[in-house]
Design a protein around this ligand. Structure first.
Ligand code: 5GP
Ligand code: ZN
Length: 117
């Protein structure tokens, strides 16, 4: 069934608590945690608990949760004291996606004029 956990997915394992992460926010449907290899002073990943391969697939299947994902990204930025920040949804390996569980990068805390992730 769509959205079910995948045994070979790193972010499903983080949602399940099988792999540790520095969690900064958690709601019924969404989890936010710090990127293991930060590209900016604030680099947080916001993901749905449910497994979808990318953000557009999440939005097509679960638009309400996709909206929550965006709202939580904004809350992360607020918690981090950021007025200016960048949200990035890499989609497809050719665009830099390496983990095929929907996520948005929240990046901030430094000037960002170039591609970062
Ligand atoms: P993508 O390249 O798919 O858009 O983003 C995946 C992100 O996941 C990368 O920025 C990478 O640093 C991060 N990442 C990969 N493995 C782990 C991990 O085990 N823990 C955390 N917290 N982040 C990870
Ligand atoms: Zn997953």
């Amino acid at each position: 069934m769509a959205g079910e956990p995948q045994s070979d997915c790193l972010f499903c394992k983080i949602v399940a608590g099988e792999i540790p992460a520095t969690v900064v926010r958690k709601t019924e449907h969404v989890l936010a945690f710090r990127d293991i290899a930060p590209k900016a002073p604030t680099h947080v990943l916001v993901i749905p608990h449910a497994h979808y391969p990318n953000a557009a697939a999440l939005a097509a299947a679960e638009p309400r949760i996709a909206g929550e994902l965006l709202a939580e990204a904004g809350e992360v930025a607020r918690d981090e004291g950021l007025d200016d920040y960048r949200l990035i949804f890499n989609t497809g390996a050719g665009a830099g996606q390496t983990v095929f569980h929907a996520h948005v990068h929240v990046l901030g805390g430094m000037p960002m004029n170039e591609r970062m992730v």
